[in-house]
Design a protein around this ligand. Structure first.
Ligand code: SF4
Length: 329
């Protein structure tokens, strides 16, 4: 496949589809799911998708800007969104132990989450057993950001976990991702969070632009291994997707192919087979299941259930080959 040129910021912006009509007083929603705890148990966790200002970075694969504002996050709006989602969650009858506050940007960037809101946000988290927020590793590695992390953690009753996007260590993918981060910055961020005993969750992208299709699984496995060596508690493997304009153009031109179901399955099996300890938690992201290609009507449900089970049980689960699309006898 032809070597890709990383897009300029202007090119990325010019190819974007229109942003959604986002309201600073309205979160995008929430989901409830179970996650492996790492000790054989599973945890009920909610993810709140909060609406705030757009991330300062422009990663070439990212489509999260769709859910953001063009202006700084107004003071107090995230707290009010969390309160509203708490009410929705209570009405649904779901009870959760962990809460992920995902704002489609960086929790510890003051443009995205006003510093003066830390106290009221922390107060809304008191009843949880763990709070997870996302932050870019290059920010996390900076002294100013570490001060904000310390300040927020001091206000929190439950422990804090920080999720960071590593995405891939494939040099070709790194070259075109526009991640604004060298691996050294990611390593520093992990070191600093480990010094603070803050659990680290790492996002790994399966088959990003730049990675060869026949090497996609291998690079995702190596990226997880790298993250685990740096002290990550868990790696979430996310199939690369279109939707931000630039990735869609690459797909139309045949210069990037989204990963399929078989690649996702084989990657999780391989990560389980190669990790050094069962404390190293790996899951595949099934949030965007419907857009993942592969399988057929006869097997997709079984394959979803098998991956969901592997996520929760943290072990390989074999499934029967599909008699329709996998040539099972
Ligand atoms: S740092 Fe995260 S939110 Fe920001 S552009 Fe990159 S992937 Fe998107």
């Amino acid at each position: 496949m032809q070597r890709l040129t990383p897009p300029s910021r202007d090119e990325l912006l010019s190819l974007r589809p229109p942003k959604l009509d986002n309201d600073p007083e309205k979160a995008s929603g929430y989901i409830v799911e179970r996650e492996p705890a790492g000790d054989g148990r599973t945890i009920a966790s909610a993810t709140y998708f909060l609406t705030g200002s757009e991330c300062r970075f422009h990663c070439s694969f990212c489509d999260l800007w769709k859910y953001t504002l063009d202006t700084p996050t107004p003071h107090g709006s995230l707290t009010r969104q969390i309160q509203s989602l708490h009410r929705d969650l209570a009405l649904s009858g779901n009870q959760v132990e962990w809460l992920k506050l995902y704002n489609a940007a960086n929790f510890f960037d003051p443009m995205n989450v006003p510093f003066e809101d830390y106290e009221s946000i922390a107060a809304e988290c008191e009843s949880m057993d763990r709070i997870v927020v996302e932050n870019h590793a290059a920010l996390t590695a900076s002294n100013a950001c570490l001060e904000r992390i310390r300040a927020f953690r001091k206000l929190l009753v439950p422990p804090l976990e920080i999720a960071m996007g590593l995405e891939s260590i494939d040099p070709e993918a790194v070259r075109v991702m526009n991640k604004s981060m060298r691996l050294g910055a990611f390593e520093r961020a992990c070191d600093r969070l480990s010094e603070l005993s803050i659990p680290i969750r790492v996002f790994v992208v399966l088959q990003p632009a730049g990675t060869r299709v026949d090497e996609a699984s291998e690079w995702a496995v190596r990226t997880c291994q790298y993250a685990f060596r740096l002290g990550a508690e868990r790696c979430g493997i996310i199939p690369a997707r279109g939707g931000n304009g630039w990735m869609d153009r690459l797909a139309r031109e045949g210069r990037w192919v989204p990963p399929d179901l078989s690649t996702l399955e084989s990657t999780l099996h391989r990560v389980f087979a190669t990790r050094e300890s069962n404390d190293q938690i790996a899951t595949v992201d099934l949030w965007d299941w419907d857009s993942l290609s592969g399988g057929c009507d006869a097997c997709r449900n079984v394959r979803y259930d098998t991956l969901a089970r592997m996520n929760l049980e943290q072990r390989s689960v074999e499934r029967p080959l599909c008699s329709v699309c996998e040539n099972a006898e």
